[in-house]
Design a protein around this ligand. Structure first.
Ligand code: T3D
Length: 264
């Protein structure tokens, strides 16, 4: 049987490919468990600087597997959310490395919100997004009611959630839901190029940005200014900052290593 999640490494990039194409990569318990294991491995691997999340076949992810999830103890949807969806979103947001979602096809329900939990979302022109929950009597989960208003504003978030309409990747980009809509042709290579470029950037700075953007959702301006000061102070002590300054003075591109600041 094919693995539900394909895990490959290209340089400092870990590629996670949801691999249940016959079900548009719907999230089964086994796929959730594979994702949790893969993200835990990335957390503890200093050689991995960036993550690419994508789907096999014509879909990105059709959300919860409606043929598997709704049985046994998972009939209580809160149990499934506690066990799988919330840890997944928390893990992606807390990971001190950038996650790029390359949406290669339909992203529906929790599949759409899984993409939105990434740091940067790109989608090919033929991809689309739908908050499909309302069609089956549910509400957005996997962080949808948090991410959507932040990204597209309250009016559009409510429209998307309550109407459950499908929007194209181009519309998603226009309304600020995703970073960019790219042509279908060469999408895989473009996604890899983007994440490879992210992997060469100063890892500690990217991690600090991620922490700051996460905190901004709930911080006051005062608290956020203090956080920026504290994080920048730490970055000022990293070898990557020293390298960035040297490279500037020498008029050459910086070669970052991602090494942490020396202790003390
Ligand atoms: O249970 C919990 O864990 C709680 C958490 C819930 C979170 C959620 O995500 S709820 C929302 C779940 N997702 C959906 O409601 C979307 C269901 N799928 C669709 O509406 C449509 O499939 C799509 C709009 C995504 C795509 O439509 P289309 O016409 O391009 O493809 P299709 O023909 O509908 O699907 C292709 C196959 O994938 C088909 O199988 P078949 O008939 O060829 O054997 C279809 O049944 C299967 N498939 C699609 N989505 C799912 C799925 N199988 C299982 N689960 C799915 N979510």
């Amino acid at each position: 049987m094919a693995e539900d999640l394909l895990v490959t490494t290209v340089g400092a990039v870990r590629i996670l490919t949801l691999n249940r194409p016959e079900k548009l990569n719907a999230l089964s318990p086994a796929l959730h468990e594979a994702l949790a294991e893969a993200l835990a491995a990335i957390e503890s691997d200093d050689a991995i600087h960036a993550v690419l999340l994508t789907g096999a076949g014509r879909g990105f992810c059709a959300g919860a597997d409606l043929t598997q999830n709704l049985s046994g103890d998972l009939r209580d949807l809160g149990t499934a959310i506690d066990k799988y969806y919330n840890p997944l979103v928390r893990r992606m947001r807390a990971l001190p490395k950038p996650v790029v979602a390359a949406v290669n096809g339909v992203a529906a329900g929790a599949g759409a919100n899984l993409a939105l939990a990434a740091d940067i979302v790109i989608a090919c022109a033929s991809a689309n997004f739908t908050q499909a929950f309302v069609r089956i009597g549910l509400m957005p989960d996997a962080g949808g009611t948090f991410f959507l208003p932040q990204l597209v504003g309250d009016a559009r978030a409510r429209g998307l959630a309550m109407l459950g309409e499908t929007i194209t990747a181009a519309e998603a980009a226009t309304m600020g839901m995703i970073w960019r809509c790219l042509p279908d042709e060469g999408f895989g290579q473009a996604a890899l190029a983007l994440v490879t470029s992210l992997a060469t950037k100063p890892t500690q700075a990217i991690a600090a940005m991620k922490a700051a953007f996460n905190a901004a959702a709930t911080n006051s301006l005062d608290a956020q200014l203090d956080l920026e000061r504290d994080l920048q102070r730490k970055l000022g002590r990293t070898p990557d900052f020293a390298e960035g300054m040297r490279a500037f003075a020498e008029k050459r591109p910086a070669r970052f290593t991602g090494a942490p600041a020396p202790q003390g």
